[in-house]
Design a protein around this ligand. Structure first.
Ligand code: SAM
Length: 337
């Protein structure tokens, strides 16, 4: 049933179209809806075509939240039990959306409020405005259950951290290392072995056999006789720091020329690749119900995932067809909005 929707794009109103999808099939939904910003967005492409979408709501905030609630309820239904949802928004309505999402997914299935710092600075602080520069968007991350797909990714350690903790350099190799404690935390109560090693008797972290192995590998240092031996922890053997919830390493301005399709509020492919890598495995289905220029679909395709894109805007669908040029005509369907 779901296969007829795989690797396809649909020109349709997501509110109606999501209802046609079967329940419990989608692994990841990334939704980048209008933000309740009370403006219309327009960008002119190099060939003079106007790409636009509106974000004005006659029903005010209540009208906007009704629209979002209807969409989010369907998103919850179509996600499978290992699935996740990421809703991209900003200060205009992020706090209202969090409340709606808590009601639909359950407060306990809220995972993160990701701060995506899209600009270094913003000119909304010019012209005498009495506010701090608004440089970040918010991405609300929920899982359908506790048992969701999670492939952790790591970022390099910050330079100050490296300088502070990995301050030793092995002269023969130039490798940076930190000195690691070899004592057994918790002593006997935690079942650590007690024996004498290099003239020091105490509870150790490893068995005597493993300590000898580390010594043979040149990983143990004893600065002088009687001192407690420590272990070399090489920087190049560490995974890095687990990615945190403030993302400032991918910026809007980094959208490459090749990637730029002049769609208003286009997001960087790298941002979407990160989300897809963490929350899906190969061949899983990624859905973007308001996919605009199709950034999510491009990222999913790059990573060997299946995709399903919906947008009510004909010009967006045309752009996506071009962007995913290698798609054969039979691989997508257009349904009039
Ligand atoms: C912020 S843009 C998405 C940008 C996209 N992430 C990108 O990188 O190009 C929001 C999109 O939502 C679409 N949209 C708004 N309401 C919709 C609806 N009811 N059904 C489908 N698409 C909708 C708009 O046409 C617009 O393309």
């Amino acid at each position: 049933m779901i296969s007829k929707f795989e690797n396809r794009i649909f020109c349709a109103d997501s509110t109606k179209f999501l209802k046609k999808l079967p329940s419990d099939h989608i692994k990841l939904i990334y939704m980048d809806p209008p933000f309740f910003s009370d403006r219309n967005y327009e960008a002119v492409s190099k060939d003079g075509k106007i790409n636009s979408f509106g974000d004005k709501w006659s029903g005010g905030l209540e009208g906007y939240l009704n629209f979002m609630r209807e969409n989010l309820q369907e998103c919850y239904r179509v996600l499978n039990k290992k699935g996740s949802l990421y809703v991209h928004c900003d200060w205009h309505a992020s706090h209202y959306l969090k409340v709606e999402l808590d009601k639909i997914f359950g407060y306990d299935n809220f995972r993160n409020e990701i701060v995506w710092r899209r600009h270094n600075s913003h000119n909304d602080t010019k012209q005498g405005a009495k506010i701090f520069g608004r440089v970040h968007d918010v991405i609300l991350f929920y899982s359908k259950t506790k048992d969701y797909t999670w492939n952790p990714i790591y970022a390099p350690y910050p330079e100050e951290y490296v300088q502070k903790y990995y301050k030793h350099i092995e002269p023969e190799t130039g490798r940076r290392y930190a000195k690691g404690d070899l004592s057994g935390p918790g002593g006997r109560s935690k079942g650590n072995p007690r024996y004498s090693f290099k003239g020091v008797t105490r509870y150790w972290r490893f068995s005597k056999e493993n300590m000898k192995k580390l010594e043979r590998e040149g990983k143990i240092i004893q600065t002088k006789k009687g001192n407690v031996p420590v272990m070399k922890r090489y920087l190049d053997e560490m995974p890095g720091i687990m990615l945190q919830d403030v993302w400032n390493d991918v910026k809007s301005v980094q959208i490459t020329k090749k990637e730029l399709v002049d769609y208003p509020t286009q997001k960087p492919v790298r941002l979407l690749e990160r989300i897809i890598e963490v929350s899906t495995n190969e061949k899983d289905i990624v859905l973007d119900p308001m996919c605009g220029s199709g950034t999510t679909l491009v990222a999913a395709k790059n990573l060997g995932r299946k995709f399903l894109g919906i947008d009510k805007n004909q010009s967006a669908i045309k752009l996506i067809q071009k962007r995913l040029f290698s798609l054969k005509p039979s691989e997508h369907i257009k349904i009039p909005a």
